[in-house]
Design a binder for this molecule. Structure first.
Ligand code: ADP
Length: 243
């Protein structure tokens, strides 16, 4: 798509959403038989799968930590996930996204329960439409719960951005390409921010407003994550509180 004149007109975005509206979300828990936990997550045009293995032995052994588990996160984009074929394999972008996504989840995992072991998280992007790191974190958080990894809370993630001087929640690809700012955020249930990145420009006031908007978006996503887990584990979770 060529740069449109306006990405938002009369308060409605090109895909029909209001400024503070998320794209549709679809969640399936436990889609992979061989993984200890897994999740398929659709976030608008993004389609991602997360697989969790562990706690399990660490290879290579020198990566072991004597007092806690090591958490490893590999974000990968399939070569067919974008319009032009993406060269397979890790690149600077996927290495950075893997690192920040791991750091977004580590604070909620009780790593000290599993010394000398590894918790491996794999995120495969099957279709990309801006916001894949947030979709990956949402999926991974559910897959960790599905694997039975003890966590303090789920982590929920979405981006907020600016198009035509208007703050909008959850940018799609065209808004990301032609917009003025893009700020992915991840939070825990208690409101602790575990990921905050930003491209572009926002004033201080816009930043504050954008953060509020992202936090509201994450709260809505949290409810959907919780509902998906409750659906998979109705008996086990009855009376329990997922935090
Ligand atoms: P995120 O997917 O988390 O928003 P970026 O802002 O880096 O991460 O990427 C935005 C979007 O740009 C991606 O979701 C994808 O649609 C597209 N994109 C990223 N890398 C490539 C690539 N190598 N080739 C084609 N499109 C890409």
């Amino acid at each position: 798509m060529n740069k449109p004149e306006n990405l938002i007109e009369n308060g409605i975005r090109l895909d029909g959403r209001k400024p503070d509206e998320l794209r549709p979300i679809k969640i399936e828990v436990g889609v992979l038989n061989r993984a200890d936990g897994s999740c398929y997550f659709e976030f608008g045009g993004n389609k991602v799968i997360a697989a969790v293995y562990g706690p399990r032995e660490v290879h290579p052994r020198h990566m072991q930590k004597s007092t806690s588990a090591v958490v490893r996160y590999r974000y990968n984009m399939a070569s067919f996930s974008v319009e032009e074929r993406k060269r397979p394999g890790p690149d600077r972008r996927s290495i950075e996204i893997s690192k920040v996504s791991r750091e977004a989840l580590e604070p909620v995992i009780f790593q000290e329960y599993f010394p000398r072991s590894a918790i491996d998280i794999f995120v495969e992007v099957l279709q990309a439409d801006a916001g894949t790191r947030t979709a990956g974190i949402n999926a991974a958080s559910i897959a960790l719960a599905d694997a039975g990894i003890p966590m303090k809370s789920l982590v929920s993630s979405c981006a907020v951005g600016k198009i035509n001087d208007t703050l909008v929640l959850d940018l799609n690809k065209d808004e990301d390409n032609y917009g003025q700012a893009d700020m992915p955020v991840a939070i825990t249930k208690d409101g602790n921010i575990t990921l905050l990145q930003m491209d572009g420009h926002l004033s201080r006031d816009e930043f504050r407003e954008a953060l509020e908007m992202a936090l509201k978006g994450c709260e809505a996503i949290y409810e959907m994550q919780k509902a998906a887990l409750m659906e998979k584990y109705p008996a086990q979770l009855e009376g329990d509180v997922i935090e």
